[in-house]
Design a protein around this ligand. Structure first.
Ligand code: SF4
Length: 164
C-alpha cells in the first residue's frame, strides 16, 4: 500500500513541462518553512494499492504531459511502495519522465532500488535561510536537480542542464 495526500493532474511548477503530481504522505523532517507541513505525519493521508495508484496516475496522463512527479512529504520514506508504482509506470510508459522530491541527499539514497526508476531527483531538505524564489522547481539553493541515470552511471552527482 502507498500513502498519499493528494494528486494534481496538471502542474507546471513541479518539474519540466505539464506533469501529474502525486503528494505522498509522511516526512521525518520538520524543516522550518516547510511548504506542506500537513504532509509530515506518517499516520495521515489515504492508502491505496500500488497497482491501482499507478493506474490512477497513468489514467490522467494526456499526450501533453511530459511526466509524473512525486512530492510530499518525502516519497523516499515509502521507497518499497514507490518502487512498485514506478515499475508499473515505467513498464507501460517508459517515455514519461519521473521526478522525485526528497529531503535526503543523493548520497544517502543512491543505493535504493527505486533510484533506478527515477529520472530527476530534487534532493536535500528545504532550508529557509537559503530560500531563493528565482530558482526553478526548488525552494532553496542547497537543493539540486539531479540527473539520476547519468549520476548512477558516472558515480558522482550530475545536475541537469538549465531549466525554466
Ligand atoms: S523535507 Fe520537504 S516535506 Fe519534509 S519537512 Fe522538509 S520541506 Fe517539509
Amino acid at each position: 500500500m502507498i500513502k498519499y495526500a493528494e494528486v494534481l493532474y496538471e502542474s507546471i511548477v513541479d518539474g519540466t513541462g505539464i506533469r501529474v503530481v502525486a503528494f505522498l504522505q509522511g516526512c521525518p523532517r520538520a524543516c522550518e518553512g516547510c511548504h506542506n507541513p500537513e504532509l509530515q505525519p506518517a499516520e495521515g493521508g489515504r492508502e491505496m494499492d500500488e497497482e491501482r495508484f499507478a493506474e490512477q496516475l497513468l489514467k490522467h496522463v494526456s499526450p501533453l504531459h511530459q511526466g509524473i512527479t512525486f512530492s510530499g512529504g518525502d516519497p523516499l520514506m515509502q521507497g518499497e511502495a514507490l518502487l512498485s508504482v514506478l515499475k508499473i509506470i515505467k513498464g507501460k510508459r517508459p517515455d514519461l519522465s519521473i521526478w522525485v522530491y526528497t529531503g535526503y541527499r543523493f548520497d544517502q539514497v543512491r543505493d535504493m532500488p527505486v533510484m533506478r526508476y527515477i529520472d530527476v531527483l530534487v534532493d536535500g531538505p528545504f532550508i529557509l535561510q537559503q530560500r531563493d524564489l528565482t530558482l526553478a522547481f526548488r525552494g532553496s539553493a542547497n537543493q539540486r536537480l539531479i540527473d539520476v541515470p547519468f549520476s548512477l552511471r558516472e558515480g558522482r552527482v550530475i545536475e541537469i542542464g538549465p531549466v525554466s
